[in-house]
Write a protein that binds this ligand. Structure first.
Ligand code: HEC
Length: 123
């Protein structure tokens, strides 16, 4: 009995937390976790996608550099363009609107760094 009550109290608390999260994110929000998953899969071969370190492809900006040079709306526009046209040296990687929102949300969590060098680059 007592245990059942505790479980439902936890359930109610979880529902309340979900409700708070949903109302805090009034804009169509991206999923940071899914964005991280996508960039690890599709972008990390060339870009430094985390807080630290250089890009494997030195011509590709790290994502903290991207974060500092583009606002969120600009980033979404650029990702849309990359999804349709590709980069200079790579074919288009198709990203749905939701993928773009997720990747933009993930990049938005990174600390902006206008310039970044990592251990690989300093050598
Ligand atoms: C094959 C290597 C490669 C892969 C894979 C790659 N990129 Fe890039 N990316 C580059 C290079 C090189 C540049 C810099 C030259 C350019 O702008 O085309 C760049 C530039 C960018 C920029 C900055 C563009 C601007 O106009 O400022 C963004 C944003 C970006 N990439 C996002 C991504 C995302 C998101 C992915 C994964 C879905 C990805 N890239 C995968 C090589 C790559």
């Amino acid at each position: 009995m007592r245990r059942a009550w505790r479980l439902s109290a936890v359930g109610l608390a979880a529902l309340a937390a979900l409700g708070l999260t949903a109302s805090a994110a009034a804009q169509p929000a991206g999923s940071v976790d899914h964005g991280r998953f996508l960039v690890l899969q599709g972008c990390a071969g060339c870009h430094g996608v985390g807080e630290l370190g250089a890009s494997p492809n030195p011509r590709a900006p790290t994502f903290p550099m991207v974060r500092s040079s583009l606002s969120r709306p600009q980033l979404r526009a650029v990702l849309g363009r990359l999804s349709r046209n590709g980069h200079v040296e790579m074919p288009p990687i198709y990203m749905s609107d939701q993928d773009i929102a997720d990747i933009a949300a993930y990049i938005g969590t990174l600390r902006a760094r206008p310039r970044q060098s990592g251990p690989v680059r300093r050598l």
